[in-house]
Design a protein around this ligand. Structure first.
Ligand SMILES: [Zn+2]
Length: 614
C-alpha cells in the first residue's frame, strides 16, 4: 500500500515540478550559532497551487539507512507572500509534511532550525555543515532534477572549506553556484575558527586536505604525514587508473567534542577525528586508515555503487545486500593504501589484518547468521547495541568483507604467478576514463563477471560460500595462502591498542573473553569463553579482581599470572544493586593476535602493500 501511495505522489509531483524546475530553490543557511549546536535554515521553494508534500532527507547516502536526523528539525514554519501556511506531518511517514498551496502562490517560504546533538557535528570552535540536515524538498522529485542555490553565513572570524563551488564571498557570507540537490548534499562544508590548508598535489587535478581544529596546535602536521598523504593520492591513482572527480578535498575536523565522523562523497570526505590525531601515535595510525577508507570510497561506493544503494532521492529505501563490496572492499583498500603510501609500516598492516582476522574468527554470531545478513540488516546493524555484540554480529560486512577481498587478492596473485592482482579488478571495475562525478550501479553478477575477466575462476561459488552461507570460520585464506599465520602471544596488538585508546576500553577478548570499559563495566563477552561460562555478562561491573580493587593494571596482572596459577581468577562483580563473586577458570595468560611468517609459502602479503606509484 505504501509504495503505491508514494508512486502516485511521485508521478503527480513530477509533472508539477517540471515547470517549477525553471526556477531553482534557494537555501540560506545561517551558521552563526553553530557553536551552540543550532543552525538556522531558510528556503524559497518554487511551487504550484494545490496539495504539496515536503520531504526532509531520510535515507542519507553513505549511511545506507534512514538516519536523517528528523528529531533535530524544529521550529518549522511555512508561509507565502508573508502569510502563514498550515502543515501536517504524515501519519505514517514521519519525514513528510503535507500542506496546501493557495491560488496565485508560486514560491513557498520555509524556515526551521537544525538542533544537532551536543558532540555530534559541532564544538565551540568548529562545525560540519551537512546540507541534508538543513533543507526540505518537494517529495517525489529526483534529487538530480532539483536545482538549489545555496548561501551560508559564518560565525565571525570563522573559516570555510567545501567542494561546493563558490560564486562570491563577502563579510563572512558565501554564495554558491547553483547545483543539483544531489551535488549539494554530496558537498558538505566544514567551518571553524582555526583553519589550515594542506595541498596534496602540485599539478593537474587539485587535491587538498582542509583542516579545522579546536586549537591551532592541533593543526601541526608532521612532514612525513604530509608526504604520506601526497603519496596516497598517487597510490590511489595507480591502483584505480582513473579518477571520477574534478578536484578532491579531505575535510578534516580535529576535536574531542565535535564528534567523530567518516563520510564519503564524490569530491570530498568528512573526516572527524580527535584533537590529537596528528600528534598521538595511535590516533595518527587510525587517522591514516580513515583517510584511506573515505578516499577509496570516491571510486568504490560513490562512482561504482550497488544498484540497491543507488536511489534517485532521499525518500526511496536503500538495499544493503552488497555492502560487503561497498564497505568491505573499501575497508581492505583503507588498509592497503596507507601501507603503500608509507603512512603505515608493513607491520602496522599485518597487525591490522591480524586484529580483523581474530575478531571475525571469534565472532560467535557467525554460527547463526551469514555475513550477507549483517549487510541486509544495515538499518539495524549500525545502531545495534554493544552489549552481546559478539553473539549478535554487527556490521561485519566491513571487516569480514576486507578478509574476503584479501583472500581474492592473494588468489589472483597466486593463480597469475604474481602478474595480476586485485588492482586489475579495481582498474576494470572502478577505473576507465577520468570523469566528473557520476554513478555506475552494479549487481552481484557484475562483480563475478569482472573478477572472471581478470582471472577465470569459480568466483560465484567463492563469494557465495563466504558471503551468503553461514560460515563457522572466518575467511582467513588470504593470510594463510599469503604466507602468514594468525597466532596469539602476550604482546599487545597495535590495532587492539588503538581501539582501546579510542573507546577507553580494555580488550580481553582472546583470553578470558571479555571487552571491558576502563572503569570495569562489561561491554561484551564471548559466549564460548571463560568469563561467560563463569556467569559474567554485559552490563555488569567488575569491582575487584583476585581480592584487589579494580584497575586496568590489576586485571592485566591477574590475566597474565593465570598461566602459572592453579586457581581460577576471582572477579567480584556488581549486577544492579547486587554483588557476586565469579570464578573464571582460565589459565592461558594474556592473548593478542598477530601474524607470524610461514616460511613454507611465498610471502604474497608483503607484495600486496608494495608501492605502485613509486
Ligand atoms: Zn565506508
Amino acid at each position: 500500500m505504501k509504495s503505491i501511495r508514494i508512486l502516485c505522489i511521485g508521478v503527480i509531483l513530477f509533472f508539477t515540478s517540471v515547470s517549477a524546475l525553471a526556477q531553482a530553490m534557494t537555501l540560506s543557511v545561517d551558521a552563526t550559532d553553530a557553536a551552540r549546536n543550532m543552525i538556522h535554515s531558510k528556503l524559497a521553494i518554487p511551487v504550484r497551487p494545490g496539495p504539496l508534500t515536503l520531504f526532509y532527507p531520510k535515507w542519507i547516502p553513505g549511511e545506507h539507512s534512514p538516519t536523517g536526523p528528523i528529531n533535530d528539525l524544529v521550529g518549522l514554519k511555512l508561509s507565502a507572500d508573508g502569510k502563514p501556511i498550515a502543515w501536517r506531518r504524515d501519519d505514517i511517514e514521519m519525514f513528510a509534511f503535507h500542506c496546501d498551496i493557495p491560488q496565485g502562490v508560486n514560491v513557498l517560504d520555509v524556515t526551521f532550525d537544525d538542533l544537532s546533538q551536543p558532540e555530534s557535528t559541532a564544538s565551540a570552535k568548529l562545525a560540519r555543515i551537512k546540507w541534508n540536515r538543513l533543507l526540505v524538498y518537494v517529495q517525489g522529485m529526483s534529487s538530480d532534477a532539483v536545482s538549489v542555490k545555496a548561501s551560508l553565513k559564518l560565525p565571525a572570524g570563522w573559516h570555510f572549506a567545501s567542494a561546493l563551488p563558490i560564486t562570491s564571498e563577502r563579510n563572512g557570507e558565501l554564495q554558491f553556484k547553483e547545483v543539483s540537490l544531489t551535488q549539494l548534499v554530496d558537498s558538505p562544508a566544514i567551518i571553524g575558527a582555526n583553519f589550515r590548508k594542506f595541498p596534496l598535489s602540485s599539478t593537474g587535478t587539485m587535491h587538498e586536505m582542509d583542516t579545522m581544529a579546536d586549537s591551532t596546535a592541533a593543526l601541526d602536521l608532521k612532514p612525513e604525514t604530509l608526504t604520506g598523504l601526497k603519496s596516497m593520492v598517487q597510490e590511489a591513482y595507480a591502483l584505480f587508473g582513473a579518477r571520477h572527480y574534478r578536484n578532491y578535498q579531505f575535510l578534516v575536523t580535529l576535536s574531542d567534542h565535535g564528534g567523530s565522523e567518516g563520510l564519503e562523497h564524490h569530491e570530498s570526505s568528512e573526516d572527524g577525528v580527535g584533537e590529537k590525531a596528528f600528534s598521538e601515535e595511535l590516533e595518527l595510525l587510525d587517522f591514516a586508515e580513515l583517510m584511506g577508507h573515505e578516499y577509496a570510497h570516491s571510486w568504490n561506493g560513490k562512482y561504482r555503487r550497488p544498484a540497491g544503494l543507488a536511489t534517485p532521492d532521499f525518500d526511496q529505501p536503500m538495499k544493503g545486500e552488497l555492502l560487503w563490496v561497498y564497505e568491505g572492499l573499501t575497508q581492505y583498500l583503507g588498509k592497503v593504501l596507507p601501507a603503500r603510501s608509507g603512512l603505515w609500516s608493513a607491520e602496522d598492516f599485518r597487525e591490522a589484518m591480524a586484529a580483523v582476522a581474530a575478531e571475525m574468527e571469534n565472532q560467535t554470531g557467525r554460527q547463526w547468521r551469514p555475513l550477507v545478513d549483517t549487510a541486509i540488516d544495515v538499518q539495524w546493524s549500525y545502531p545495534s547495541p554493544r552489549a552481546w555484540m559478539n553473539y549478535r554480529r554487527r556490521v561485519d560486512y566491513y571487516d569480514e568483507g576486507s578478509l574476503i577481498w584479501l583472500d581474492a587478492d592473494v588468489l589472483i596473485r597466486t593463480r597469475s604467478n604474481g602478474k595480476l592482482s586485485l588492482d586489475d579488478f579495481c582498474k576494470r571495475f572502478h577505473g576507465g576514463q577520468d570523469t566528473a562525478p557520476m554513478v555506475k550501479p552494479y549487481t552481484f553478477d557484475d562483480v563475478v563477471n569482472t573478477l572472471n575477466e581478470v582471472t577465470p575462476y569459480d568466483w560465484r561459488s567463492f563469494l557465495n560460500t563466504r558471503v551468503n552461507e553461514v560460515a563457522p570460520h572466518a575467511p582467513l585464506a588470504g593470510i594463510t595462502n599469503g604466507g602468514w599465520k594468525l597466532v596469539y602471544t602476550d604482546k599487545p596488538n597495535t590495532e587492539v591498542r588503538i581501539a582501546d585508546h579510542l573507546r577507553k576500553s580494555v580488550d580481553l577478548s582472546y583470553s578470558v573473553g571479555m571487552l571491558l570499559k576502563e572503569d570495569g563495566s562489561v561491554m561484551d563477552v564471548n559466549p564460548e569463553l571463560a568469563a561467560f561460562k563463569a556467569g559474567i555478562a554485559p552490563g555488569m561491573k567488575i569491582i575487584s579482581v583476585n581480592g584487589r580493587t579494580w584497575s586496568i593494571d590489576v586485571v592485566h596482572e591477574a590475566v597474565a599470572s593465570s598461566r602459572t596459577s592453579m586457581k581460577p581468577i576471582e572477579f567480584v562483580v556488581e549486577n544492579g544493586s547486587f554483588q557476586e563473586t565469579y570464578k573464571v577458570n582460565y589459565h592461558g595468560g594474556e592473548r593478542y593476535p598477530h601474524l607470524e611468517r610461514d616460511n613454507t609459502k611465498p610471502d604474497v602479503l608483503s607484495n600486496v602493500i608494495k608501492s605502485r606509484a613509486r
